[in-house]
Design a protein around this ligand. Structure first.
Ligand SMILES: Nc1ncnc2c1ncn2[C@@H]1O[C@H](COP(=O)(O)OP(=O)(O)OP(=O)(O)O)[C@@H](O)[C@H]1O
Ligand SMILES: [Mg+2]
Length: 409
Protein backbone atom coordinates (compact mmCIF):
# COMPACT_ATOMS: atom_id res chain seq x y z
CA UNK A 1 0.00 0.00 0.00
CA UNK A 2 2.82 2.35 0.92
CA UNK A 3 4.43 1.68 -2.46
CA UNK A 4 1.14 2.35 -4.23
CA UNK A 5 0.64 5.71 -2.45
CA UNK A 6 4.21 6.68 -3.27
CA UNK A 7 3.64 5.64 -6.89
CA UNK A 8 0.69 8.06 -7.08
CA UNK A 9 2.68 10.84 -5.37
CA UNK A 10 5.70 10.40 -7.67
CA UNK A 11 3.43 10.22 -10.73
CA UNK A 12 2.12 13.67 -9.80
CA UNK A 13 5.51 15.22 -9.00
CA UNK A 14 7.23 13.73 -12.06
CA UNK A 15 4.33 14.90 -14.25
CA UNK A 16 4.70 18.41 -12.79
CA UNK A 17 8.42 18.42 -13.42
CA UNK A 18 8.02 17.09 -16.94
CA UNK A 19 5.44 19.59 -18.11
CA UNK A 20 5.79 22.52 -15.69
CA UNK A 21 9.54 22.43 -15.00
CA UNK A 22 9.82 26.18 -15.57
CA UNK A 23 7.82 26.62 -12.33
CA UNK A 24 10.15 24.42 -10.29
CA UNK A 25 13.64 25.80 -9.59
CA UNK A 26 16.23 23.00 -9.73
CA UNK A 27 19.78 23.87 -8.70
CA UNK A 28 21.43 21.71 -11.37
CA UNK A 29 20.91 21.13 -15.10
CA UNK A 30 18.65 18.39 -16.40
CA UNK A 31 20.39 17.42 -19.61
CA UNK A 32 23.26 18.22 -21.94
CA UNK A 33 20.97 20.66 -23.76
CA UNK A 34 20.66 22.80 -20.62
CA UNK A 35 24.42 22.71 -20.21
CA UNK A 36 24.99 23.75 -23.83
CA UNK A 37 22.68 26.74 -23.44
CA UNK A 38 24.18 28.07 -20.21
CA UNK A 39 27.03 27.13 -17.86
CA UNK A 40 25.65 29.19 -14.98
CA UNK A 41 24.28 26.34 -12.89
CA UNK A 42 27.22 24.14 -13.74
CA UNK A 43 29.80 26.66 -12.52
CA UNK A 44 27.78 27.22 -9.37
CA UNK A 45 27.77 23.47 -8.73
CA UNK A 46 31.54 23.06 -9.05
CA UNK A 47 32.79 26.45 -7.81
CA UNK A 48 33.50 25.43 -4.24
CA UNK A 49 35.12 22.04 -4.87
CA UNK A 50 37.37 23.35 -7.66
CA UNK A 51 38.05 26.56 -5.80
CA UNK A 52 37.11 28.66 -8.82
CA UNK A 53 37.64 32.39 -8.70
CA UNK A 54 36.75 33.00 -12.31
CA UNK A 55 35.67 30.66 -15.09
CA UNK A 56 37.34 31.61 -18.37
CA UNK A 57 36.17 29.22 -21.06
CA UNK A 58 34.39 25.91 -21.38
CA UNK A 59 33.59 23.54 -24.24
CA UNK A 60 31.11 20.71 -24.26
CA UNK A 61 32.10 17.59 -26.17
CA UNK A 62 31.09 13.98 -26.53
CA UNK A 63 32.51 11.21 -24.34
CA UNK A 64 30.07 8.38 -25.04
CA UNK A 65 31.89 6.51 -27.85
CA UNK A 66 29.56 4.32 -29.87
CA UNK A 67 26.57 4.97 -27.58
CA UNK A 68 25.69 8.15 -29.48
CA UNK A 69 22.09 8.57 -28.21
CA UNK A 70 23.52 8.93 -24.71
CA UNK A 71 25.04 12.33 -25.50
CA UNK A 72 21.84 13.85 -24.23
CA UNK A 73 22.57 12.48 -20.74
CA UNK A 74 26.34 12.19 -20.56
CA UNK A 75 28.65 14.98 -21.70
CA UNK A 76 32.29 15.95 -21.49
CA UNK A 77 33.25 19.49 -20.52
CA UNK A 78 36.66 21.14 -20.72
CA UNK A 79 36.89 23.94 -18.23
CA UNK A 80 39.56 26.67 -17.97
CA UNK A 81 39.49 28.89 -14.90
CA UNK A 82 41.57 30.73 -12.39
CA UNK A 83 41.58 29.43 -8.83
CA UNK A 84 41.42 31.40 -5.61
CA UNK A 85 45.20 31.97 -5.75
CA UNK A 86 44.79 33.29 -9.28
CA UNK A 87 46.52 30.28 -10.85
CA UNK A 88 45.26 29.27 -14.29
CA UNK A 89 43.71 25.78 -14.20
CA UNK A 90 42.21 23.33 -16.70
CA UNK A 91 39.94 20.40 -15.86
CA UNK A 92 38.42 17.76 -18.07
CA UNK A 93 35.10 16.77 -16.59
CA UNK A 94 32.31 14.34 -17.39
CA UNK A 95 28.71 15.13 -16.49
CA UNK A 96 26.03 12.48 -16.15
CA UNK A 97 22.35 13.39 -15.85
CA UNK A 98 20.22 10.83 -14.08
CA UNK A 99 16.89 11.92 -15.41
CA UNK A 100 13.92 10.01 -16.71
CA UNK A 101 15.67 9.30 -20.02
CA UNK A 102 12.52 9.33 -22.15
CA UNK A 103 11.08 6.38 -20.30
CA UNK A 104 7.31 6.32 -19.74
CA UNK A 105 6.02 8.30 -16.78
CA UNK A 106 4.67 5.17 -15.07
CA UNK A 107 8.16 3.60 -15.12
CA UNK A 108 9.85 6.62 -13.51
CA UNK A 109 7.10 6.77 -10.89
CA UNK A 110 7.32 3.06 -10.24
CA UNK A 111 11.10 3.23 -9.89
CA UNK A 112 10.82 6.15 -7.50
CA UNK A 113 8.14 4.40 -5.48
CA UNK A 114 9.92 1.06 -5.23
CA UNK A 115 13.36 2.54 -4.67
CA UNK A 116 11.81 5.14 -2.37
CA UNK A 117 13.10 7.87 -4.67
CA UNK A 118 16.61 6.83 -3.92
CA UNK A 119 19.32 7.51 -6.39
CA UNK A 120 21.94 4.88 -5.95
CA UNK A 121 24.60 6.34 -8.21
CA UNK A 122 24.58 9.76 -6.49
CA UNK A 123 24.88 8.05 -3.12
CA UNK A 124 27.57 5.78 -4.48
CA UNK A 125 29.74 8.73 -5.53
CA UNK A 126 29.08 10.71 -2.36
CA UNK A 127 29.40 7.88 0.14
CA UNK A 128 31.15 4.80 -1.21
CA UNK A 129 33.39 5.52 -4.22
CA UNK A 130 36.45 6.34 -2.09
CA UNK A 131 36.30 2.88 -0.45
CA UNK A 132 36.33 0.95 -3.75
CA UNK A 133 39.76 -0.72 -4.21
CA UNK A 134 40.19 0.24 -7.88
CA UNK A 135 39.78 3.40 -9.94
CA UNK A 136 36.49 5.27 -9.90
CA UNK A 137 36.25 8.85 -11.20
CA UNK A 138 36.81 11.59 -8.63
CA UNK A 139 33.42 13.08 -7.85
CA UNK A 140 33.26 16.89 -8.04
CA UNK A 141 29.55 17.28 -7.39
CA UNK A 142 26.64 14.86 -7.11
CA UNK A 143 23.10 15.66 -6.11
CA UNK A 144 19.59 14.35 -6.61
CA UNK A 145 15.99 15.32 -6.01
CA UNK A 146 14.35 11.99 -5.20
CA UNK A 147 10.81 13.31 -5.48
CA UNK A 148 11.45 14.22 -9.11
CA UNK A 149 13.67 11.24 -9.83
CA UNK A 150 16.37 13.62 -11.01
CA UNK A 151 20.08 13.64 -10.35
CA UNK A 152 23.46 14.79 -11.59
CA UNK A 153 27.02 13.59 -11.23
CA UNK A 154 29.91 15.85 -12.20
CA UNK A 155 33.14 13.88 -12.14
CA UNK A 156 36.64 13.87 -13.53
CA UNK A 157 36.88 12.60 -17.09
CA UNK A 158 38.99 9.46 -17.10
CA UNK A 159 41.67 8.79 -19.72
CA UNK A 160 42.13 5.05 -19.91
CA UNK A 161 44.78 3.33 -22.02
CA UNK A 162 42.04 1.45 -23.84
CA UNK A 163 38.35 0.57 -23.86
CA UNK A 164 36.47 -2.33 -25.46
CA UNK A 165 33.12 -2.01 -27.21
CA UNK A 166 30.47 -4.33 -25.83
CA UNK A 167 29.74 -5.96 -29.18
CA UNK A 168 33.44 -6.63 -29.83
CA UNK A 169 33.88 -8.33 -26.46
CA UNK A 170 36.97 -8.99 -24.38
CA UNK A 171 39.94 -11.28 -24.73
CA UNK A 172 40.62 -13.63 -21.82
CA UNK A 173 43.68 -11.63 -20.69
CA UNK A 174 41.59 -8.44 -20.54
CA UNK A 175 38.96 -10.33 -18.60
CA UNK A 176 41.45 -11.63 -16.06
CA UNK A 177 42.31 -8.01 -15.23
CA UNK A 178 38.63 -7.22 -14.71
CA UNK A 179 38.08 -10.32 -12.58
CA UNK A 180 41.13 -9.58 -10.42
CA UNK A 181 39.83 -6.10 -9.67
CA UNK A 182 36.18 -6.89 -9.04
CA UNK A 183 37.13 -9.81 -6.80
CA UNK A 184 39.13 -7.32 -4.74
CA UNK A 185 36.00 -5.24 -4.14
CA UNK A 186 33.90 -8.33 -3.40
CA UNK A 187 36.51 -9.61 -0.93
CA UNK A 188 36.71 -6.29 0.88
CA UNK A 189 32.98 -6.12 1.60
CA UNK A 190 32.19 -9.87 1.70
CA UNK A 191 29.66 -10.52 4.51
CA UNK A 192 30.31 -7.00 5.78
CA UNK A 193 27.49 -5.02 4.20
CA UNK A 194 24.72 -5.80 6.70
CA UNK A 195 26.85 -4.79 9.68
CA UNK A 196 27.90 -1.47 8.14
CA UNK A 197 25.33 1.28 8.83
CA UNK A 198 27.00 3.57 6.26
CA UNK A 199 25.87 1.12 3.57
CA UNK A 200 22.24 0.87 4.61
CA UNK A 201 21.14 2.73 1.48
CA UNK A 202 22.28 -0.11 -0.77
CA UNK A 203 19.31 -2.08 -2.12
CA UNK A 204 19.53 -5.83 -1.64
CA UNK A 205 20.40 -5.92 2.06
CA UNK A 206 17.24 -7.86 2.83
CA UNK A 207 17.36 -10.08 -0.24
CA UNK A 208 20.14 -9.65 -2.83
CA UNK A 209 17.58 -10.09 -5.61
CA UNK A 210 15.58 -7.03 -4.52
CA UNK A 211 17.58 -5.07 -7.09
CA UNK A 212 15.50 -6.87 -9.69
CA UNK A 213 12.18 -5.64 -8.24
CA UNK A 214 10.79 -5.07 -11.73
CA UNK A 215 10.80 -8.85 -12.29
CA UNK A 216 7.87 -9.02 -9.84
CA UNK A 217 5.87 -7.22 -12.52
CA UNK A 218 7.35 -8.19 -15.89
CA UNK A 219 7.48 -11.94 -15.22
CA UNK A 220 3.67 -11.94 -15.06
CA UNK A 221 3.76 -12.10 -18.88
CA UNK A 222 4.91 -15.77 -18.78
CA UNK A 223 4.09 -18.52 -16.28
CA UNK A 224 7.54 -20.14 -16.58
CA UNK A 225 9.15 -16.77 -15.77
CA UNK A 226 7.02 -16.34 -12.63
CA UNK A 227 7.98 -19.81 -11.35
CA UNK A 228 11.64 -19.24 -12.15
CA UNK A 229 11.75 -15.79 -10.55
CA UNK A 230 10.06 -16.96 -7.34
CA UNK A 231 12.41 -19.96 -7.09
CA UNK A 232 15.51 -17.80 -7.62
CA UNK A 233 14.33 -15.19 -5.12
CA UNK A 234 13.90 -17.92 -2.50
CA UNK A 235 17.12 -19.72 -3.40
CA UNK A 236 19.34 -16.67 -2.88
CA UNK A 237 17.46 -15.25 0.13
CA UNK A 238 20.14 -16.11 2.70
CA UNK A 239 23.20 -15.95 0.53
CA UNK A 240 26.43 -14.19 1.60
CA UNK A 241 26.41 -10.67 0.18
CA UNK A 242 28.94 -8.02 -0.70
CA UNK A 243 29.09 -4.75 -2.65
CA UNK A 244 28.31 -5.53 -6.29
CA UNK A 245 28.54 -3.23 -9.32
CA UNK A 246 25.45 -4.63 -11.01
CA UNK A 247 26.24 -3.78 -14.66
CA UNK A 248 29.70 -5.19 -15.12
CA UNK A 249 30.32 -5.18 -18.90
CA UNK A 250 32.92 -3.66 -21.25
CA UNK A 251 30.92 -0.46 -21.94
CA UNK A 252 31.23 0.42 -18.26
CA UNK A 253 34.88 -0.54 -17.82
CA UNK A 254 38.13 1.22 -18.71
CA UNK A 255 41.53 -0.47 -18.79
CA UNK A 256 44.97 0.84 -17.84
CA UNK A 257 48.18 -0.80 -19.05
CA UNK A 258 49.34 -0.97 -15.43
CA UNK A 259 46.83 -3.82 -14.86
CA UNK A 260 44.24 -1.67 -13.20
CA UNK A 261 40.71 -0.89 -14.37
CA UNK A 262 38.20 1.88 -13.74
CA UNK A 263 34.51 1.19 -13.46
CA UNK A 264 31.80 3.68 -14.39
CA UNK A 265 28.03 3.58 -14.29
CA UNK A 266 27.27 2.65 -10.68
CA UNK A 267 23.50 3.04 -11.07
CA UNK A 268 22.98 -0.60 -10.19
CA UNK A 269 25.38 -0.73 -7.25
CA UNK A 270 23.78 -3.00 -4.67
CA UNK A 271 24.26 -5.39 -1.81
CA UNK A 272 24.48 -8.49 -3.93
CA UNK A 273 25.94 -11.89 -4.61
CA UNK A 274 29.61 -11.42 -5.50
CA UNK A 275 29.52 -14.12 -8.16
CA UNK A 276 26.69 -12.21 -9.90
CA UNK A 277 29.06 -9.53 -11.23
CA UNK A 278 31.36 -12.27 -12.52
CA UNK A 279 28.63 -14.36 -14.16
CA UNK A 280 27.15 -11.24 -15.75
CA UNK A 281 30.58 -10.22 -17.00
CA UNK A 282 31.54 -13.67 -18.31
CA UNK A 283 28.32 -13.94 -20.34
CA UNK A 284 27.93 -10.32 -21.46
CA UNK A 285 31.57 -9.52 -22.24
CA UNK A 286 32.56 -12.39 -24.53
CA UNK A 287 31.81 -13.68 -27.93
CA UNK A 288 29.93 -16.95 -27.46
CA UNK A 289 32.81 -19.15 -28.62
CA UNK A 290 35.31 -17.33 -26.41
CA UNK A 291 32.98 -17.71 -23.44
CA UNK A 292 32.57 -21.42 -24.02
CA UNK A 293 36.32 -21.97 -24.26
CA UNK A 294 37.26 -19.85 -21.25
CA UNK A 295 34.29 -19.92 -18.91
CA UNK A 296 35.60 -22.50 -16.45
CA UNK A 297 39.05 -21.00 -16.32
CA UNK A 298 37.61 -17.49 -15.75
CA UNK A 299 35.29 -18.52 -12.94
CA UNK A 300 38.16 -20.46 -11.34
CA UNK A 301 40.29 -17.33 -11.60
CA UNK A 302 37.55 -15.37 -9.89
CA UNK A 303 37.37 -17.85 -7.04
CA UNK A 304 41.09 -18.00 -6.47
CA UNK A 305 41.50 -14.18 -6.66
CA UNK A 306 38.56 -13.77 -4.29
CA UNK A 307 39.91 -16.18 -1.70
CA UNK A 308 43.44 -14.72 -1.80
CA UNK A 309 42.13 -11.14 -1.48
CA UNK A 310 39.70 -12.12 1.27
CA UNK A 311 42.53 -13.56 3.34
CA UNK A 312 44.61 -10.42 2.81
CA UNK A 313 41.78 -8.11 3.86
CA UNK A 314 40.39 -10.07 6.78
CA UNK A 315 43.14 -12.50 7.89
CA UNK A 316 40.83 -15.52 7.74
CA UNK A 317 39.71 -18.07 5.16
CA UNK A 318 36.92 -17.13 2.78
CA UNK A 319 33.67 -18.70 4.06
CA UNK A 320 32.53 -19.67 0.54
CA UNK A 321 33.61 -22.84 -1.26
CA UNK A 322 34.80 -23.28 -4.82
CA UNK A 323 31.93 -25.72 -5.49
CA UNK A 324 29.43 -23.17 -4.20
CA UNK A 325 30.92 -20.51 -6.46
CA UNK A 326 30.64 -22.76 -9.53
CA UNK A 327 27.07 -23.76 -8.62
CA UNK A 328 26.09 -20.12 -8.06
CA UNK A 329 27.63 -19.19 -11.40
CA UNK A 330 25.40 -21.66 -13.24
CA UNK A 331 22.24 -20.72 -11.35
CA UNK A 332 22.96 -17.01 -11.74
CA UNK A 333 22.89 -17.48 -15.50
CA UNK A 334 19.17 -18.09 -15.03
CA UNK A 335 18.86 -14.78 -13.23
CA UNK A 336 20.76 -13.09 -16.05
CA UNK A 337 18.39 -14.84 -18.49
CA UNK A 338 15.34 -13.45 -16.72
CA UNK A 339 16.92 -10.01 -16.44
CA UNK A 340 17.90 -10.01 -20.12
CA UNK A 341 14.53 -11.36 -21.20
CA UNK A 342 12.76 -8.61 -19.20
CA UNK A 343 14.96 -5.94 -20.82
CA UNK A 344 14.27 -7.34 -24.29
CA UNK A 345 10.49 -7.77 -23.99
CA UNK A 346 10.01 -4.40 -22.28
CA UNK A 347 11.88 -2.81 -25.22
CA UNK A 348 14.11 -1.10 -22.70
CA UNK A 349 17.01 -0.68 -25.13
CA UNK A 350 14.89 1.02 -27.79
CA UNK A 351 15.02 4.37 -26.04
CA UNK A 352 18.31 4.29 -24.20
CA UNK A 353 20.59 5.01 -27.14
CA UNK A 354 22.22 1.59 -27.13
CA UNK A 355 24.21 0.65 -30.20
CA UNK A 356 22.19 -1.97 -32.20
CA UNK A 357 25.33 -4.10 -32.43
CA UNK A 358 25.51 -4.19 -28.62
CA UNK A 359 21.83 -5.10 -28.26
CA UNK A 360 22.09 -7.88 -30.85
CA UNK A 361 25.11 -9.42 -29.21
CA UNK A 362 23.57 -9.26 -25.73
CA UNK A 363 20.50 -11.09 -27.05
CA UNK A 364 22.73 -13.77 -28.60
CA UNK A 365 25.12 -14.13 -25.68
CA UNK A 366 22.41 -14.46 -23.04
CA UNK A 367 20.35 -16.88 -25.14
CA UNK A 368 23.36 -19.07 -25.75
CA UNK A 369 24.34 -19.10 -22.04
CA UNK A 370 20.79 -20.21 -21.13
CA UNK A 371 20.69 -22.86 -23.85
CA UNK A 372 23.97 -24.34 -22.64
CA UNK A 373 22.57 -24.94 -19.14
CA UNK A 374 21.81 -28.48 -18.01
CA UNK A 375 18.06 -28.13 -17.24
CA UNK A 376 18.01 -31.15 -14.88
CA UNK A 377 20.94 -29.89 -12.84
CA UNK A 378 19.86 -26.28 -12.34
CA UNK A 379 16.16 -27.11 -11.84
CA UNK A 380 17.11 -29.63 -9.12
CA UNK A 381 19.17 -26.98 -7.33
CA UNK A 382 16.36 -24.43 -7.25
CA UNK A 383 13.64 -27.06 -6.77
CA UNK A 384 11.47 -26.54 -9.81
CA UNK A 385 10.55 -28.96 -12.63
CA UNK A 386 13.12 -29.20 -15.45
CA UNK A 387 10.40 -28.42 -18.00
CA UNK A 388 10.15 -24.86 -16.60
CA UNK A 389 13.78 -24.34 -17.59
CA UNK A 390 13.11 -25.84 -21.01
CA UNK A 391 10.10 -23.55 -21.44
CA UNK A 392 12.24 -20.60 -20.42
CA UNK A 393 14.88 -21.53 -23.01
CA UNK A 394 12.20 -21.26 -25.71
CA UNK A 395 10.84 -17.97 -24.29
CA UNK A 396 14.34 -16.49 -24.22
CA UNK A 397 15.12 -17.65 -27.74
CA UNK A 398 11.92 -16.01 -29.06
CA UNK A 399 12.63 -12.74 -27.25
CA UNK A 400 16.19 -12.74 -28.64
CA UNK A 401 14.97 -13.37 -32.19
CA UNK A 402 12.25 -10.70 -32.00
CA UNK A 403 14.78 -8.17 -30.66
CA UNK A 404 17.30 -8.93 -33.39
CA UNK A 405 14.59 -8.39 -36.01
CA UNK A 406 13.98 -4.92 -34.59
CA UNK A 407 17.62 -3.99 -34.06
CA UNK A 408 18.85 -4.33 -37.60
CA UNK A 409 22.28 -2.79 -38.17
N1 LIG B 1 34.06 9.93 -15.88
C1 LIG B 1 34.06 9.57 -17.17
N2 LIG B 1 35.20 9.66 -17.89
C2 LIG B 1 35.22 9.32 -19.19
N3 LIG B 1 34.15 8.87 -19.87
C3 LIG B 1 33.00 8.75 -19.21
C4 LIG B 1 32.88 9.11 -17.83
N4 LIG B 1 31.61 8.88 -17.44
C5 LIG B 1 30.96 8.41 -18.52
N5 LIG B 1 31.78 8.32 -19.59
C6 LIG B 1 31.45 7.84 -20.94
O1 LIG B 1 30.04 7.90 -21.11
C7 LIG B 1 29.48 6.60 -21.34
C8 LIG B 1 28.14 6.51 -20.65
O2 LIG B 1 28.29 6.68 -19.24
P1 LIG B 1 27.59 5.70 -18.20
O3 LIG B 1 27.94 4.31 -18.56
O4 LIG B 1 27.92 6.13 -16.83
O5 LIG B 1 26.07 6.03 -18.43
P2 LIG B 1 24.95 5.20 -19.20
O6 LIG B 1 25.52 3.97 -19.82
O7 LIG B 1 24.23 6.14 -20.08
O8 LIG B 1 24.02 4.77 -18.09
P3 LIG B 1 22.98 3.62 -18.29
O9 LIG B 1 23.80 2.40 -18.68
O10 LIG B 1 22.34 3.53 -16.99
O11 LIG B 1 22.07 4.07 -19.40
C9 LIG B 1 30.54 5.65 -20.80
O12 LIG B 1 30.46 4.39 -21.43
C10 LIG B 1 31.83 6.38 -21.10
O13 LIG B 1 32.21 6.17 -22.44
MG1 LIG C 1 26.90 2.52 -19.22
Amino acid sequence: MKTFSLFILYSITIFMEKYFHFLIPISFDRSTNNLKKSRKKFIKNVREKLSIREANSSTVHSVVGNETGKDQYVAGLELSYTDQENHPKKRNLAVKYLSSRNEPLYLSSLKSAVLRGLNQEVRFYNELAKRIPFVTPECIFADSIPLLYRGIIIMEKLNPDFTVDDYVGCRPDQSKTVIKNISLMHAKFWNRVSGDPSLNWLPGRKNPLDLFWFLNYITKKEKACVILWEALYKHFANHPITVAHGDCRPGNIMWYDSGSIAMLDWQFAHAGIGTWDTTYYIVMAHDMEIRKENEISLINHYYSDLSVSYKKFHSEDLPYSEEQCMEDHNILKLLLGLYGWAALVSHMFDKYGNDPRDVRCWADRITSAINDLDSDFVSGKIKIPARVIDDFKTIMENAGRETKERFIE
